[in-house]
Design a binder for this molecule. Structure first.
Ligand code: ZN
Length: 196
């Protein structure tokens, strides 16, 4: 936007400078006409006219240099604006691309979530109500993980190795007893890799 503003500012500046050149040119033309018409007859008038014509020519040259300098600035402002416009387009297309990928990811995640929700419903239906209630409570307290695998004496929920006395209690517990991690309180799931 700044580059475009600079471009339109220099365009205006150029018009103004060209008008200045025109004014000087017209004035010089009028003087020249007067000189050629022979209307001025006294040597002093003639000399004044000639001096003014010379001075106007010099002034016109200076103003034309100003126009050229403005045109150069305008050209580089145009180039800069064009380059930035191109970059904006490229960034916009990247945003479009990322948005499309994000939307596709959302869609696939929604699908996975729907499947997982259905699977959970089926499994939850087979679990005793009081155990499910405990699990849901722990899950809410423990960042979404209410039960953790006991893997080589370590609770995979909090990554703490069980103290030897706690471990011995888990080892002695009947297979259908609900055992908990003494550190994070999550339900521990015993497997063949628990180290029991
Ligand atoms: Zn734990």
């Amino acid at each position: 936007m700044a580059a475009q503003t600079e471009e339109s500012d220099t365009a205006r500046e150029q018009i103004k400078a060209e008008q200045d050149v025109d004014q000087v040119r017209q004035r010089a033309a009028r003087d020249q006409q007067r000189l050629d018409s022979g209307a001025a007859t006294s040597p002093k008038d003639l000399e004044n006219l000639q001096r003014e014509i010379a001075s106007l020519a010099k002034r016109q040259g200076d103003l034309e240099d100003v126009v050229l300098e403005i045109m150069e600035r305008r050209e580089s402002a145009q180039e800069r604006a064009a380059e930035l416009t191109e970059r904006v387009a490229s960034v916009e297309s990247k945003i479009e691309d990322a948005t499309a990928r994000r939307d596709a990811a959302f869609e696939s995640l929604d699908g996975e979530a729907a499947t997982a929700t259905k699977e959970r419903e089926v499994i939850a239906g087979t679990i005793p109500a009081d155990l499910l209630k405990l699990y849901d409570k722990l899950r809410a307290q423990q960042g979404g993980v209410g039960a953790a695998k006991l893997y080589q004496r370590t609770c995979q929920g909090c990554r703490q190795e069980l103290a030897i006395t706690d471990f011995n209690e888990v080892r002695a517990a009947a297979p259908d007893t609900v055992v908990r991690c003494e550190n994070c309180r999550r339900i521990l799931v015993r497997t063949s890799e628990s180290g029991l």
